[in-house]
Design a protein. Structure first.
Length: 170
């Protein structure tokens, strides 16, 4: 929630209101509606990946949002994937779901050693078993996940496997 209150970018989902319901001990976030669905839904409906010209446009918007998060606010999203990228009715991209995000220092991009994100999109250093000796850098893991996302959108696969990931869910 704290992250979303700091962000205002044309390609990041806008937080309109926070409702703290004391009677039910719940907090509600009121956000912009994206009626175009997620890029994961678009990918699932495709045969072998999405149209390259559309993916290029969407990826440029994603990179703009990431640059804003990483360089302007020192926020690492930590869960970049097609499921967390939504489209509005005009086809504009919005980065969503900042539940795994984390602030880092401008002079030191170390993040907590906690494993956060979605395994198929996580950078290799996130899998290190001896995390006390390995640094986890905010921008590096988001850039890695963006590259995996780009490959996934274009091919409907992940870089290290030959199988259609979406077929494995069935």
């Amino acid at each position: 929630m704290e992250v979303l209150t700091k962000l205002s970018h044309k390609n990041i989902i806008a937080l309109r209101e926070i409702i703290d319901d004391q009677s039910s001990k719940k907090v509600y976030l009121v956000m912009v509606i994206c009626e175009g669905g997620t890029l994961e839904e678009k990918l699932e409906a495709s045969e072998n990946g999405l149209d390259e010209s559309l993916v290029k446009k969407w990826f440029q918007s994603l990179l703009s949002a990431l640059h804003y998060c990483l360089k302007v606010h020192q926020i690492s999203h930590r869960d970049i994937k097609p499921e967390n990228i939504m489209l509005d009715e005009k086809g504009e991209v919005f980065l969503t779901d900042f539940g795994c995000s984390e602030f880092f220092s401008p002079n030191n991009e170390d993040l907590s050693k906690a494993t956060k994100g979605t395994y198929l999109f996580m950078a290799p250093e996130m899998y290190e078993t001896n995390k006390d000796k390995k640094q986890i850098w905010g921008s590096h893991i988001d850039i890695w996940a963006s590259g995996v996302t780009l490959f996934n959108l274009l091919t409907k696969r992940h870089p290290w496997e030959n199988k259609n990931v979406y077929a494995l869910r069935e």
